[in-house]
Design a protein around this ligand. Structure first.
Ligand code: SF4
Length: 466
Protein backbone atom coordinates (compact mmCIF):
# COMPACT_ATOMS: atom_id res chain seq x y z
CA UNK A 1 0.00 0.00 0.00
CA UNK A 2 1.28 3.46 -0.90
CA UNK A 3 1.43 5.62 2.20
CA UNK A 4 -1.01 8.56 2.18
CA UNK A 5 0.32 12.13 1.92
CA UNK A 6 0.68 14.25 5.07
CA UNK A 7 -2.96 15.35 5.52
CA UNK A 8 -4.64 12.79 3.28
CA UNK A 9 -7.08 10.52 5.12
CA UNK A 10 -7.15 7.15 3.38
CA UNK A 11 -10.60 5.45 3.24
CA UNK A 12 -12.32 8.45 4.92
CA UNK A 13 -15.71 6.67 5.08
CA UNK A 14 -14.34 4.48 7.89
CA UNK A 15 -14.51 7.34 10.41
CA UNK A 16 -17.21 9.53 8.83
CA UNK A 17 -19.65 8.73 11.64
CA UNK A 18 -17.32 10.19 14.23
CA UNK A 19 -15.58 7.17 15.77
CA UNK A 20 -12.86 4.78 14.64
CA UNK A 21 -14.15 1.18 14.44
CA UNK A 22 -11.87 -1.69 15.40
CA UNK A 23 -13.19 -5.20 14.77
CA UNK A 24 -11.65 -8.02 16.80
CA UNK A 25 -12.28 -11.66 16.04
CA UNK A 26 -12.75 -14.55 18.48
CA UNK A 27 -11.22 -17.99 17.86
CA UNK A 28 -13.27 -20.43 15.74
CA UNK A 29 -15.91 -22.37 17.65
CA UNK A 30 -19.20 -23.94 16.58
CA UNK A 31 -22.43 -22.20 17.51
CA UNK A 32 -24.26 -23.95 20.36
CA UNK A 33 -27.26 -24.99 18.25
CA UNK A 34 -25.25 -26.33 15.28
CA UNK A 35 -25.24 -24.31 12.06
CA UNK A 36 -27.86 -22.29 10.23
CA UNK A 37 -28.32 -23.69 6.73
CA UNK A 38 -27.02 -20.55 4.97
CA UNK A 39 -23.95 -20.19 7.20
CA UNK A 40 -20.58 -21.55 6.03
CA UNK A 41 -18.63 -23.86 8.36
CA UNK A 42 -15.06 -23.64 7.09
CA UNK A 43 -12.73 -24.12 10.08
CA UNK A 44 -12.59 -20.39 10.66
CA UNK A 45 -14.94 -18.35 12.88
CA UNK A 46 -18.49 -19.45 12.09
CA UNK A 47 -20.09 -17.52 9.21
CA UNK A 48 -16.73 -16.30 7.84
CA UNK A 49 -14.50 -17.63 5.08
CA UNK A 50 -10.73 -18.22 5.25
CA UNK A 51 -10.20 -15.39 2.79
CA UNK A 52 -12.28 -12.72 4.57
CA UNK A 53 -9.89 -9.86 5.45
CA UNK A 54 -10.66 -9.83 9.23
CA UNK A 55 -10.11 -13.62 9.35
CA UNK A 56 -6.77 -13.36 7.52
CA UNK A 57 -5.64 -10.66 9.97
CA UNK A 58 -6.86 -12.62 13.00
CA UNK A 59 -5.35 -15.93 11.83
CA UNK A 60 -1.89 -14.37 11.38
CA UNK A 61 -2.16 -13.09 14.96
CA UNK A 62 -3.55 -16.43 16.23
CA UNK A 63 -6.81 -14.71 17.30
CA UNK A 64 -4.89 -12.83 20.00
CA UNK A 65 -7.19 -9.89 20.88
CA UNK A 66 -4.39 -7.61 22.10
CA UNK A 67 -2.36 -8.05 18.92
CA UNK A 68 -5.44 -7.58 16.72
CA UNK A 69 -6.29 -4.26 18.36
CA UNK A 70 -2.70 -3.04 18.21
CA UNK A 71 -2.41 -3.93 14.53
CA UNK A 72 -5.67 -2.10 13.66
CA UNK A 73 -4.56 0.97 15.61
CA UNK A 74 -1.36 0.98 13.60
CA UNK A 75 -3.26 0.62 10.31
CA UNK A 76 -5.63 3.51 11.14
CA UNK A 77 -2.71 5.73 12.17
CA UNK A 78 -0.97 4.96 8.87
CA UNK A 79 -4.15 5.98 7.02
CA UNK A 80 -4.17 9.27 9.01
CA UNK A 81 -7.37 8.57 10.95
CA UNK A 82 -7.63 9.79 14.53
CA UNK A 83 -7.44 6.89 16.98
CA UNK A 84 -8.51 8.48 20.25
CA UNK A 85 -12.22 7.54 20.07
CA UNK A 86 -12.56 3.86 19.36
CA UNK A 87 -15.55 1.63 18.82
CA UNK A 88 -14.62 -1.99 19.55
CA UNK A 89 -16.62 -4.63 17.69
CA UNK A 90 -16.32 -8.26 18.79
CA UNK A 91 -17.02 -10.54 15.83
CA UNK A 92 -17.16 -14.18 14.80
CA UNK A 93 -19.75 -16.68 16.05
CA UNK A 94 -21.70 -16.29 19.29
CA UNK A 95 -19.26 -14.60 21.67
CA UNK A 96 -21.61 -14.89 24.67
CA UNK A 97 -21.62 -18.68 24.31
CA UNK A 98 -17.84 -18.91 24.87
CA UNK A 99 -16.54 -19.77 28.37
CA UNK A 100 -17.00 -16.72 30.58
CA UNK A 101 -13.33 -16.71 31.56
CA UNK A 102 -12.37 -16.47 27.87
CA UNK A 103 -14.89 -13.66 27.29
CA UNK A 104 -13.59 -11.61 30.23
CA UNK A 105 -9.96 -12.08 29.31
CA UNK A 106 -10.68 -11.28 25.65
CA UNK A 107 -12.27 -7.95 26.52
CA UNK A 108 -9.60 -7.12 29.11
CA UNK A 109 -6.88 -7.72 26.52
CA UNK A 110 -8.64 -5.39 24.06
CA UNK A 111 -8.60 -2.64 26.71
CA UNK A 112 -4.96 -3.43 27.54
CA UNK A 113 -4.04 -2.87 23.89
CA UNK A 114 -5.89 0.47 23.85
CA UNK A 115 -4.29 1.44 27.17
CA UNK A 116 -0.79 0.50 26.05
CA UNK A 117 -0.25 -1.33 29.36
CA UNK A 118 -1.27 -4.54 31.09
CA UNK A 119 -3.77 -4.50 33.91
CA UNK A 120 -4.47 -6.86 36.78
CA UNK A 121 -8.08 -7.49 35.80
CA UNK A 122 -10.98 -6.26 33.65
CA UNK A 123 -12.08 -3.63 36.17
CA UNK A 124 -8.64 -2.07 36.28
CA UNK A 125 -8.36 -2.20 32.48
CA UNK A 126 -11.64 -0.29 32.17
CA UNK A 127 -10.56 2.30 34.72
CA UNK A 128 -7.26 2.85 32.93
CA UNK A 129 -9.10 3.30 29.66
CA UNK A 130 -11.02 6.29 31.06
CA UNK A 131 -7.85 8.35 30.63
CA UNK A 132 -6.04 6.36 27.94
CA UNK A 133 -4.79 7.70 24.63
CA UNK A 134 -7.16 5.40 22.73
CA UNK A 135 -10.49 5.50 24.55
CA UNK A 136 -13.18 2.94 23.99
CA UNK A 137 -16.29 5.12 23.58
CA UNK A 138 -18.47 2.23 22.35
CA UNK A 139 -18.29 -1.55 22.46
CA UNK A 140 -20.45 -3.81 20.32
CA UNK A 141 -21.17 -7.49 20.83
CA UNK A 142 -22.95 -9.69 18.29
CA UNK A 143 -25.15 -12.47 19.65
CA UNK A 144 -28.15 -14.71 19.03
CA UNK A 145 -31.57 -13.85 20.50
CA UNK A 146 -31.39 -16.96 22.72
CA UNK A 147 -28.02 -15.80 24.08
CA UNK A 148 -29.23 -12.51 25.50
CA UNK A 149 -30.60 -13.58 28.89
CA UNK A 150 -30.42 -11.35 31.99
CA UNK A 151 -27.17 -13.09 32.90
CA UNK A 152 -25.66 -12.53 29.44
CA UNK A 153 -26.72 -8.89 29.49
CA UNK A 154 -25.17 -8.32 32.92
CA UNK A 155 -21.92 -9.76 31.57
CA UNK A 156 -22.10 -7.39 28.58
CA UNK A 157 -22.47 -4.49 31.01
CA UNK A 158 -19.44 -5.68 32.95
CA UNK A 159 -17.45 -5.71 29.70
CA UNK A 160 -18.39 -2.07 29.10
CA UNK A 161 -20.59 -2.89 26.09
CA UNK A 162 -23.00 -0.26 24.78
CA UNK A 163 -24.52 -1.95 21.73
CA UNK A 164 -25.73 -5.46 21.02
CA UNK A 165 -26.45 -6.79 17.56
CA UNK A 166 -28.93 -9.65 17.40
CA UNK A 167 -28.95 -12.17 14.57
CA UNK A 168 -32.64 -11.97 13.77
CA UNK A 169 -32.65 -12.58 9.99
CA UNK A 170 -36.46 -12.92 9.72
CA UNK A 171 -39.38 -12.79 12.12
CA UNK A 172 -41.09 -16.02 11.15
CA UNK A 173 -40.92 -19.31 13.08
CA UNK A 174 -41.50 -21.36 9.92
CA UNK A 175 -38.47 -19.79 8.26
CA UNK A 176 -36.47 -20.31 11.45
CA UNK A 177 -37.27 -24.03 11.31
CA UNK A 178 -36.36 -24.27 7.63
CA UNK A 179 -32.95 -22.66 8.15
CA UNK A 180 -32.20 -24.31 11.52
CA UNK A 181 -31.94 -21.05 13.47
CA UNK A 182 -32.57 -22.86 16.74
CA UNK A 183 -34.58 -20.02 18.33
CA UNK A 184 -38.02 -18.47 17.95
CA UNK A 185 -39.54 -15.05 17.29
CA UNK A 186 -40.49 -14.97 20.98
CA UNK A 187 -36.75 -15.08 21.80
CA UNK A 188 -36.20 -12.05 19.54
CA UNK A 189 -38.92 -10.06 21.30
CA UNK A 190 -37.75 -10.93 24.79
CA UNK A 191 -34.07 -10.27 24.00
CA UNK A 192 -34.92 -6.88 22.49
CA UNK A 193 -36.96 -5.92 25.53
CA UNK A 194 -34.31 -6.96 28.05
CA UNK A 195 -31.57 -5.17 26.11
CA UNK A 196 -33.52 -1.95 25.72
CA UNK A 197 -34.50 -1.98 29.38
CA UNK A 198 -30.81 -2.30 30.26
CA UNK A 199 -30.12 0.78 28.14
CA UNK A 200 -28.47 -0.93 25.15
CA UNK A 201 -28.66 0.19 21.58
CA UNK A 202 -30.12 -2.75 19.70
CA UNK A 203 -29.25 -3.72 16.14
CA UNK A 204 -30.86 -6.47 14.08
CA UNK A 205 -29.09 -8.48 11.37
CA UNK A 206 -31.74 -9.17 8.70
CA UNK A 207 -31.46 -11.60 5.80
CA UNK A 208 -34.01 -11.17 3.02
CA UNK A 209 -34.43 -14.02 0.56
CA UNK A 210 -34.14 -16.93 3.01
CA UNK A 211 -35.70 -20.32 2.18
CA UNK A 212 -39.44 -20.06 2.78
CA UNK A 213 -39.55 -16.33 2.20
CA UNK A 214 -40.58 -14.21 -0.79
CA UNK A 215 -40.23 -10.56 -1.81
CA UNK A 216 -43.73 -9.92 -0.47
CA UNK A 217 -43.05 -11.71 2.80
CA UNK A 218 -39.69 -9.96 3.28
CA UNK A 219 -41.20 -6.52 2.81
CA UNK A 220 -44.04 -7.41 5.17
CA UNK A 221 -41.48 -8.49 7.83
CA UNK A 222 -39.61 -5.17 7.55
CA UNK A 223 -42.94 -3.34 7.86
CA UNK A 224 -43.74 -5.39 10.93
CA UNK A 225 -40.48 -4.72 12.75
CA UNK A 226 -41.17 -0.99 12.58
CA UNK A 227 -44.92 -1.06 13.23
CA UNK A 228 -45.13 -3.76 15.90
CA UNK A 229 -44.20 -2.40 19.36
CA UNK A 230 -42.38 -5.68 20.09
CA UNK A 231 -39.43 -4.91 17.82
CA UNK A 232 -38.38 -1.40 16.70
CA UNK A 233 -34.59 -1.88 16.43
CA UNK A 234 -32.28 1.13 16.50
CA UNK A 235 -30.06 -0.23 13.76
CA UNK A 236 -30.04 -2.79 10.98
CA UNK A 237 -27.51 -4.74 8.98
CA UNK A 238 -29.11 -6.15 5.85
CA UNK A 239 -27.36 -9.16 4.34
CA UNK A 240 -29.33 -10.60 1.42
CA UNK A 241 -29.18 -14.39 1.43
CA UNK A 242 -26.36 -15.79 -0.71
CA UNK A 243 -25.36 -19.39 -1.31
CA UNK A 244 -21.95 -19.71 0.29
CA UNK A 245 -19.41 -22.50 -0.11
CA UNK A 246 -19.43 -24.81 2.90
CA UNK A 247 -23.07 -24.19 3.86
CA UNK A 248 -26.01 -26.62 3.84
CA UNK A 249 -27.71 -24.24 1.40
CA UNK A 250 -25.00 -25.02 -1.13
CA UNK A 251 -26.31 -28.62 -1.32
CA UNK A 252 -29.93 -27.42 -1.59
CA UNK A 253 -28.96 -25.06 -4.38
CA UNK A 254 -27.15 -27.82 -6.27
CA UNK A 255 -30.25 -30.04 -5.95
CA UNK A 256 -32.31 -27.18 -7.37
CA UNK A 257 -34.21 -26.81 -4.07
CA UNK A 258 -33.28 -23.19 -3.44
CA UNK A 259 -32.54 -20.08 -5.50
CA UNK A 260 -31.37 -16.76 -4.08
CA UNK A 261 -32.74 -13.41 -5.28
CA UNK A 262 -31.09 -11.83 -8.29
CA UNK A 263 -29.29 -8.52 -7.91
CA UNK A 264 -32.21 -6.67 -9.60
CA UNK A 265 -34.70 -8.24 -7.19
CA UNK A 266 -32.61 -7.32 -4.15
CA UNK A 267 -32.22 -3.74 -5.28
CA UNK A 268 -35.97 -3.48 -5.89
CA UNK A 269 -36.66 -4.86 -2.42
CA UNK A 270 -34.11 -2.57 -0.74
CA UNK A 271 -35.70 0.49 -2.37
CA UNK A 272 -39.07 -0.44 -0.84
CA UNK A 273 -37.46 -1.26 2.54
CA UNK A 274 -35.67 2.09 2.70
CA UNK A 275 -38.94 3.93 2.09
CA UNK A 276 -40.36 2.54 5.34
CA UNK A 277 -37.33 2.78 7.64
CA UNK A 278 -38.16 5.34 10.33
CA UNK A 279 -35.90 8.22 11.26
CA UNK A 280 -34.68 6.58 14.47
CA UNK A 281 -33.09 3.67 12.62
CA UNK A 282 -29.63 3.48 11.03
CA UNK A 283 -28.73 0.88 8.44
CA UNK A 284 -25.14 0.13 9.36
CA UNK A 285 -24.37 -2.06 6.41
CA UNK A 286 -25.79 -3.80 3.36
CA UNK A 287 -24.06 -6.91 1.99
CA UNK A 288 -21.35 -8.89 3.74
CA UNK A 289 -17.82 -8.53 2.52
CA UNK A 290 -17.31 -12.11 1.32
CA UNK A 291 -14.65 -13.10 -1.19
CA UNK A 292 -16.52 -13.72 -4.51
CA UNK A 293 -14.92 -17.15 -4.98
CA UNK A 294 -16.91 -18.37 -1.94
CA UNK A 295 -20.25 -17.18 -3.33
CA UNK A 296 -21.87 -20.03 -5.27
CA UNK A 297 -25.02 -18.09 -6.12
CA UNK A 298 -26.59 -14.75 -5.28
CA UNK A 299 -25.32 -11.26 -5.85
CA UNK A 300 -21.63 -10.47 -5.44
CA UNK A 301 -22.20 -6.73 -5.83
CA UNK A 302 -20.46 -5.31 -2.78
CA UNK A 303 -21.34 -1.73 -3.73
CA UNK A 304 -25.08 -2.43 -3.64
CA UNK A 305 -25.59 0.29 -1.05
CA UNK A 306 -23.98 2.83 -3.35
CA UNK A 307 -26.34 1.79 -6.17
CA UNK A 308 -29.28 2.07 -3.81
CA UNK A 309 -28.18 5.47 -2.52
CA UNK A 310 -27.74 6.81 -6.05
CA UNK A 311 -31.16 5.55 -7.10
CA UNK A 312 -32.92 7.04 -4.08
CA UNK A 313 -31.22 10.42 -4.42
CA UNK A 314 -31.79 10.58 -8.21
CA UNK A 315 -35.46 9.83 -7.70
CA UNK A 316 -35.70 12.31 -4.82
CA UNK A 317 -37.26 9.62 -2.62
CA UNK A 318 -38.13 10.78 0.85
CA UNK A 319 -35.76 8.70 2.99
CA UNK A 320 -35.63 9.11 6.76
CA UNK A 321 -32.99 6.49 7.57
CA UNK A 322 -30.12 7.94 9.66
CA UNK A 323 -27.03 7.27 7.53
CA UNK A 324 -28.77 8.75 4.49
CA UNK A 325 -29.02 12.05 6.39
CA UNK A 326 -25.71 12.16 8.31
CA UNK A 327 -23.59 15.29 8.02
CA UNK A 328 -20.37 13.32 7.38
CA UNK A 329 -21.78 11.75 4.22
CA UNK A 330 -23.52 14.98 3.16
CA UNK A 331 -20.16 16.77 3.28
CA UNK A 332 -18.72 14.13 0.98
CA UNK A 333 -21.39 14.89 -1.63
CA UNK A 334 -21.30 18.69 -1.53
CA UNK A 335 -19.36 21.53 -0.02
CA UNK A 336 -22.04 23.93 1.21
CA UNK A 337 -24.23 22.84 4.10
CA UNK A 338 -26.40 25.05 6.24
CA UNK A 339 -24.81 24.60 9.71
CA UNK A 340 -27.85 26.02 11.57
CA UNK A 341 -29.71 23.28 13.34
CA UNK A 342 -32.86 22.88 15.36
CA UNK A 343 -33.86 20.21 17.84
CA UNK A 344 -36.51 17.77 16.67
CA UNK A 345 -38.14 15.21 18.98
CA UNK A 346 -39.86 12.02 17.86
CA UNK A 347 -41.77 10.13 20.53
CA UNK A 348 -42.75 6.48 20.05
CA UNK A 349 -43.55 3.43 22.16
CA UNK A 350 -41.60 0.19 22.10
CA UNK A 351 -41.51 -2.93 24.26
CA UNK A 352 -43.42 -1.46 27.16
CA UNK A 353 -41.42 1.77 27.32
CA UNK A 354 -41.58 5.30 25.98
CA UNK A 355 -38.84 6.29 23.55
CA UNK A 356 -37.78 9.84 22.69
CA UNK A 357 -35.56 10.21 19.65
CA UNK A 358 -33.98 13.66 19.89
CA UNK A 359 -32.15 14.98 16.84
CA UNK A 360 -30.16 18.06 15.86
CA UNK A 361 -31.06 18.63 12.20
CA UNK A 362 -30.93 21.53 9.75
CA UNK A 363 -33.76 22.67 7.48
CA UNK A 364 -32.94 19.98 4.94
CA UNK A 365 -33.09 17.30 7.65
CA UNK A 366 -29.32 16.75 7.58
CA UNK A 367 -28.38 15.15 10.86
CA UNK A 368 -25.69 16.59 13.18
CA UNK A 369 -26.38 14.59 16.31
CA UNK A 370 -28.88 12.37 18.05
CA UNK A 371 -29.87 11.10 21.47
CA UNK A 372 -32.00 8.06 22.33
CA UNK A 373 -33.93 8.40 25.58
CA UNK A 374 -36.04 5.59 27.04
CA UNK A 375 -38.46 5.64 29.94
CA UNK A 376 -38.66 1.93 30.70
CA UNK A 377 -41.66 0.34 32.29
CA UNK A 378 -39.41 -1.79 34.51
CA UNK A 379 -35.87 -3.11 34.54
CA UNK A 380 -33.98 -6.04 36.03
CA UNK A 381 -30.82 -4.00 36.73
CA UNK A 382 -30.85 -2.83 40.39
CA UNK A 383 -28.96 0.45 39.81
CA UNK A 384 -31.51 1.46 37.13
CA UNK A 385 -34.43 1.62 39.56
CA UNK A 386 -36.32 4.89 39.00
CA UNK A 387 -34.03 5.83 36.12
CA UNK A 388 -34.69 7.18 32.67
CA UNK A 389 -32.14 5.74 30.24
CA UNK A 390 -29.96 7.44 27.69
CA UNK A 391 -29.20 4.64 25.28
CA UNK A 392 -27.15 6.66 22.83
CA UNK A 393 -25.63 10.08 22.40
CA UNK A 394 -23.89 10.55 19.08
CA UNK A 395 -22.59 13.64 17.35
CA UNK A 396 -21.85 13.00 13.70
CA UNK A 397 -19.10 14.18 11.38
CA UNK A 398 -15.60 13.00 10.52
CA UNK A 399 -13.96 11.83 13.75
CA UNK A 400 -12.06 14.67 15.42
CA UNK A 401 -9.31 14.10 17.95
CA UNK A 402 -10.39 14.68 21.56
CA UNK A 403 -10.09 18.33 22.52
CA UNK A 404 -9.99 19.57 18.89
CA UNK A 405 -12.65 22.12 17.92
CA UNK A 406 -14.84 21.47 14.88
CA UNK A 407 -14.83 24.01 12.05
CA UNK A 408 -18.41 25.13 12.53
CA UNK A 409 -20.00 21.82 11.51
CA UNK A 410 -20.12 18.28 12.95
CA UNK A 411 -18.34 17.24 16.15
CA UNK A 412 -17.22 19.35 19.13
CA UNK A 413 -19.46 22.37 18.90
CA UNK A 414 -21.63 21.70 21.93
CA UNK A 415 -24.38 19.69 20.22
CA UNK A 416 -23.94 16.72 22.59
CA UNK A 417 -24.38 18.93 25.65
CA UNK A 418 -27.47 20.56 24.17
CA UNK A 419 -29.05 17.16 23.38
CA UNK A 420 -28.38 16.06 26.96
CA UNK A 421 -30.09 19.20 28.30
CA UNK A 422 -33.16 18.55 26.15
CA UNK A 423 -33.29 14.96 27.45
CA UNK A 424 -33.07 16.16 31.06
CA UNK A 425 -35.94 18.61 30.43
CA UNK A 426 -38.11 15.77 29.10
CA UNK A 427 -37.31 13.57 32.10
CA UNK A 428 -38.30 16.31 34.52
CA UNK A 429 -41.88 15.82 33.30
CA UNK A 430 -41.72 12.05 33.80
CA UNK A 431 -41.90 10.36 37.21
CA UNK A 432 -38.21 9.43 37.33
CA UNK A 433 -35.70 10.55 39.91
CA UNK A 434 -32.52 9.75 38.04
CA UNK A 435 -31.04 9.60 34.60
CA UNK A 436 -28.63 6.82 33.59
CA UNK A 437 -26.34 6.74 30.59
CA UNK A 438 -24.90 3.54 29.16
CA UNK A 439 -21.49 4.90 28.39
CA UNK A 440 -18.41 3.44 26.77
CA UNK A 441 -15.75 3.47 29.49
CA UNK A 442 -13.70 5.97 27.47
CA UNK A 443 -16.60 8.44 27.44
CA UNK A 444 -17.23 8.39 31.20
CA UNK A 445 -15.25 11.59 31.82
CA UNK A 446 -17.45 13.46 29.34
CA UNK A 447 -20.48 12.63 31.49
CA UNK A 448 -18.63 13.42 34.73
CA UNK A 449 -18.25 16.98 33.42
CA UNK A 450 -22.04 17.10 33.05
CA UNK A 451 -22.56 16.07 36.70
CA UNK A 452 -22.90 12.28 36.27
CA UNK A 453 -21.27 9.75 38.59
CA UNK A 454 -20.33 6.13 38.00
CA UNK A 455 -22.80 3.77 39.65
CA UNK A 456 -22.41 0.09 38.78
CA UNK A 457 -21.82 0.12 35.06
CA UNK A 458 -23.74 3.32 34.28
CA UNK A 459 -23.15 7.06 34.58
CA UNK A 460 -26.02 8.30 36.74
CA UNK A 461 -27.27 11.73 37.80
CA UNK A 462 -29.99 12.56 40.31
CA UNK A 463 -32.42 15.10 38.89
CA UNK A 464 -33.47 18.23 40.72
CA UNK A 465 -37.25 18.37 40.34
CA UNK A 466 -38.66 21.86 39.89
S1 SF4 B 1 -26.06 -18.28 14.66
FE1 SF4 B 1 -24.92 -16.97 13.23
S2 SF4 B 1 -22.81 -17.69 13.28
FE2 SF4 B 1 -24.08 -19.29 14.24
S3 SF4 B 1 -24.55 -20.70 12.59
FE3 SF4 B 1 -26.23 -19.25 12.65
S4 SF4 B 1 -25.66 -17.60 11.24
FE4 SF4 B 1 -23.82 -18.82 11.63
Amino acid sequence: MLLPKKHEVRKPTKTLSGVTPIAVMVYPRKCPHGACTYCPSLNVPQSYTPKSPPVIRAEILKYNPEKQVKSRLKAFKLMNHPTDKIELIIMGGTFLSYPLKYQKNFVKKCYDALNGQDSRNLEQAKRLNEKAKHRCVALCIETRPDFASEKHIKNCLEFGATRVELGVQAIDDEIYKKVNRGHTVKDVIEATKRLKNAGFKVGYHMMPGLPGSSMKKDLAMFKEIFSNLDFKPDQLKIYPCQVIKGSKLEKDFKKNKFHPYTQEKILKLLIEIFKIIPEYCRVMRIMRELPPEFIIAGTTRISLRKDLDEFLRKNKSSIKEIRFREIGFALQRRKKINPKYKIKILRYNALGGKEFFIQAVNKENILFGLLRLRIPEKTFIPELKNCALIRELHVYGQALALGKRGKGIGQHRGIGKELMEVAEEIIEKEDREKIAVISGVGARNYYRKLGYKLSGNYMIKKLKKK
